[in-house]
Design a protein around this ligand. Structure first.
Ligand code: CAA
Length: 245
């Protein structure tokens, strides 16, 4: 059987890299995006040295046309995308009274508009081939809200609204759509939270530590598998017990 193709947006970040590796280990051909030239050469070399064959496309996921062009290129140069992981995201933390319109729009655009921009050109081919897995990487803070993240919490909650709606539209076509909501994971994004705030957050995690990117990645890899075909429209939390619902 030829390899299924998985597109992971923002695949060069902490959780993204782990997802690329896990999906590759599960037998997928991996394609990832990066927004600006810079670290992709070193990242690709590291992945190659570790035995992972990964393709990378430069694409600003906030740009609808660029996403459509990239997906068309992937379909032509590599093949039909079977697994899409909407993982690209940013933070611009600020309490709401200090938040600028830029802080708001950048976060909504990178975390939520991007989900439309990348999923829209991918969905028809998934439906036509009768198989697809869409995994939206949201956050604990889309489920519970977080001081300083009114923009990010809104975008991440919005992602799951999208999941629930699209899941219903494509359920009979062999395409599942699910959300994964990680808690605080040991990545650069979380390490950028000032230490005094981070220490208070870690103290609220019953498991007593930050999560590992590999823990999220193994969940994503399972959702992408044939065995997960009956799960759709779900929001799976992995947060060390910090938020239960
Ligand atoms: N809860 C309640 N009150 C808080 C608070 C909190 N978490 N944080 C600050 N405050 C209070 C302060 O005690 C202070 O009160 P007083 O005015 O009465 O003294 C007031 O709020 C300060 O307000 P400021 O607007 O001046 O806040 P700040 O500039 O000091 O800090 C912040 C704001 C930078 C957003 C900071 O709170 C922060 O970094 N918080 C952490 C945000 C966070 O968790 N981000 C996650 C990033 S990682 C990620 O997003 C990945 C993922 O999916 C989990």
């Amino acid at each position: 059987m030829t390899k299924r193709i998985a597109l992971v947006t923002g695949g060069m970040g902490g959780i993204g890299t782990a997802i690329c590796k896990a999906l590759a280990e599960a037998g997928h051909a991996i394609v990832t995006t990066y927004s600006k030239p810079g670290k992709e050469t070193a990242w690709l070399a590291e992945m190659k040295q570790a035995g992972y064959d990964v393709h990378a496309y430069q694409c600003d996921v906030t740009n609808t046309e660029q996403c459509a062009t990239m997906v068309a290129q992937i379909h032509q140069e590599i093949g039909t995308i079977s697994v899409l992981v909407n993982n690209a995201g940013i933070t611009r933390d600020n309490s709401f009274r200090k938040m600028t319109a830029d802080d708001w729009h950048q976060v909504i655009s990178a975390n939520l508009d991007s989900v439309f921009n990348v999923t829209r050109p991918v969905i028809d081919a998934m439906v036509e081939q009768g198989f697809g897995r869409i995994v939206n990487i949201s956050s604990i803070n889309g489920q519970k809200g977080q001081f300083g993240q009114s923009n990010y919490s809104a975008a991440k909650a919005g992602m799951h609204g999208f999941t629930m709606a699209l899941a219903q539209e494509v359920a009979r076509k062999g395409v599942t759509v699910n959300t994964v909501s990680p808690g605080y994971i040991a990545t650069d994004m979380v390490m950028a939270v000032p230490q005094e705030h981070r220490d208070k957050i870690v103290a609220q995690i019953p498991v007593g530590r930050l999560g590992k990117p590999e823990e999220i990645a193994s969940l994503v890899s399972w959702i992408a598998s044939d065995n997960a075909g009956f799960m759709t429209g779900a929001n799976i939390a992995m947060n060390g017990g910090q938020h239960t619902m």
